[in-house]
Design a protein around this ligand. Sequence first.
Ligand code: NAP
Length: 300
Amino acid sequence: MGAQIIDGKAFAAQVRGQVAEHVATLKDNHGITPGLAVVLVGEDPASQVYVRSKGKMTVEVGMNSYEHKLDVDTSEADLLALIDQLNADPAVHGILVQLPLPGHLNEDLVINSIDPAKDVDGFHISNVGLLGTGQKSMVPCTPLGCLMMLRDHHGSLSGLDAVVVGRSNIVGKPMAQLLLGDSCTVTIAHSRTKDLPDVVRRADIVVAAVGRPEMVPGDWIKPGATVIDVGINRIDAPEKGEGKTRLVGDVHYESAAAVAGAITPVPGGVGPMTIACLLANTLTAACRANGLPEPEGLTA
Ligand code: NAP
């Protein structure tokens, strides 16, 4: 295997360390403790795991964590009332509503009721518009984590050809905006893209955010390209025993690593960066709310 492995786990630990240092300084010099409120509606097992681990890491970097667990049949009015209360609470600098929400709740309405300055997921339409027009915004955590790893690996991204496979609002589109902001030549590919292998083959940077296990094989990768694999897919792993599973990305790791210049593994690549960036966004929101300079290198 030729590719350098981009160690997202180690990088995320470094980012969390930077966040913790800034939090300590905010407390010592200004008496401010950043606070992150996470709202979970219902008992989706995967969401419960995410929320628990977000809460744990929030506390580990010295921030306050506020968890709000609501019944699966919570009404939209009650959820919106809670968000209003969090919007008005000066101790809360970041608000995250864990998605997906139960079917009777309008996700767009709920997300757009969060104060954009506290929208640490970066999904509010104001933040989407600000990012699209190159203005200061809250940036979605997963693409922000990808951008940080790419900047760290390449230094400047200017002029590089980037192909983002996937056009979701939470990963593909904001990823493309961020790469454009760093002066890449950006192509967004999706399920209707013609000649996808050829499109991917011309990329210096490939970001795969598809949700299809190992869909991108090594022979789609230009030799020396950087591959960021956002996909998290659970597949059967009979080799580990009956009923066992394992996680794979959207890229076929072994074949891609043989030709790429650098690649993120799954697990241990993009995944850990997402929570680190959530903490970074909460810190950024706390600094902005108090008119203080933002930490260097932790925002787009
Ligand atoms: P999504 O909303 O389902 O979007 C998937 C995108 O992939 C769509 O734009 C779709 O195209 C495109 N696509 C599907 N099949 C394709 C094909 N055969 N060829 C080309 N494009 C195809 O997914 P998402 O929320 O962006 O997530 C993508 C993956 O990232 C998932 O595995 C998810 O678990 C993972 N993820 C990881 C993190 C993390 O922290 N690491 C965070 C978020 C998501 P159309 O628009 O044409 O349908």
